[in-house]
Design a protein. Sequence first.
Length: 96
Amino acid sequence: MEYKDPMVELLSSLEQIVFKDDSQKVTLTHKPSAFSEFEQLRKSTGLKIDDLARVMGVSVAMVHEWESKRVKPSSTELKLMRLIQANPMLSKQLME
């Protein structure tokens, strides 16, 4: 039996709920790198680094590592970033 990470399953389900409207889907001609996607998502959220770290459940140092392109964010972390970008109220709820 294949093990499925519950966090990945939860984020996938949330992503399907948030992006259920086909008009929000973006068709990409090429797949962006995790670094370029993170940079785009980070800028679009408008969150300060310490707020982003708190919402993502990581250290401020980790966000700096992502920004400096020394450490690549995981697919799960990118999914969470997409959800935060799509629903800014989510970040406010996660910071409470």
